[in-house]
Design a protein around this ligand. Structure first.
Ligand code: G4P
Length: 292
């Protein structure tokens, strides 16, 4: 994983140290952290240090892009997080689906103690202040735009962005710290990095695009064979490896170059694009760990 290591170097050590500092110095300003992850790959899209970074701050986990994930698997993930005493919600920040539950859930569970305290002291109107944290491309800007109800600028993929501190007013008088923490992903875990590359969260160049597509096709043949059949009319035969599957897709799509050879690069781009845009159906790349 030479290339993956190169990616780590872009983040480490200055950026990571800066992100840690930015988060810890701003944490005391907020009531809760909103950790946004990808519903298709909830473990791999979590920052490896999120627990230490947010220490004991009340936290809610949003499984974003649930429109692209397998609904059953997402339910299992929600149960898994709940069993770990973490409140989690499935959302789709593109359409806004599920986000109506965010503030009520924060009030009734994650921030219940604070809400009760405010009630006792007659402070019920005080805003709830939030900080959003997540790895690049997971949907932070989309979430902010949805919550703030207006088109804001794109969150920069600069780690731990700290411009002048600003609060974004949300529609319901609550406030968001305008420093969406851009966290670094799990690069050190090769299979996590590959899942992130499947979703496009980290750039394709951790592996060459054909290898990436072959790995994705092998995963699909094993876990979602119907998607391959529906989209490409491809059935995996015993012994088909990723390359064989990629060639089958290319052949079905007429991606043939001179001499009848399959243009596997074009086929790979198609497979990855179509997976990312949901054309292969709702697919989850990870299931919750099984407990002993
Ligand atoms: P970031 O700030 O964390 O980096 O992520 P951002 O909101 O920019 O989202 C990254 C991409 O993911 C965007 O697509 C965005 O539209 C898409 N996205 C965010 N949330 C969801 C969701 O719940 N479902 C789906 N299907 N997509 C989501 P893009 O192709 O980069 O841009 P565009 O399609 O918005 O033009």
């Amino acid at each position: 994983m030479e290339n993956t290591d190169m990616k780590v170097i872009q983040w480490f050590p200055g950026h990571m140290a800066k992100t840690r500092r930015a988060i810890s110095s701003n944490l005391s300003l907020v009531d809760a952290v909103v950790e946004i992850i990808d519903a298709r790959t909830p473990m791999s899209s979590r920052n490896p240090e999120i627990d230490q970074l947010t220490s004991k701050k009340p936290r809610i986990v949003l499984l974003n892009k649930c429109d692209l994930a397998d609904a059953n698997t997402t339910s299992r993930w929600i149960n898994y997080f709940n069993s770990e005493n973490v409140t989690a919600l499935a959302v789709d920040c593109k359409s806004g689906k599920g986000l109506n539950k965010l503030m009520p859930t924060l009030r009734s569970t994650v921030l219940k103690e604070l809400m009760d305290k405010r009630q006792r002291s007659g402070m019920t109107g005080a805003p709830i202040r939030l900080m959003i944290l997540g790895i690049p491309n997971v949907g932070k800007s989309s979430l902010i735009n949805r919550l703030a109800g207006s088109k804001r600028t794109k969150v920069e993929d600069r780690p731990g962005v700290t411009r002048t501190k600003q609060w974004v007013k949300l529609q319901d008088n609550n406030e968001l710290l305008d420093m969406p923490g851009v966290l670094w992903p799990k690069f050190e875990d090769q299979s996590a990095a590959i899942r992130l590359a499947f979703t496009g969260a980290i750039s394709d160049d951790i592996l060459d695009i054909e290898t990436l597509a072959m790995k994705l096709l092998s995963f699909l043949a094993e876990n979602y064979p119907q998607s391959l059949a529906d989209r490409y009319k491809v059935t995996a035969e015993e012994g088909d490896d990723g390359l064989a599957l990629l060639e089958k897709v290319g052949r079905k799509r007429g991606m043939v170059i001179s001499g009848g050879e399959i243009n596997t690069e074009r086929a790979a781009i198609t497979v990855l694009d179509e997976f990312r845009s949901g054309k292969l159906g709702r697919i989850s790349l990870e299931v919750p760990p099984v407990r002993e």
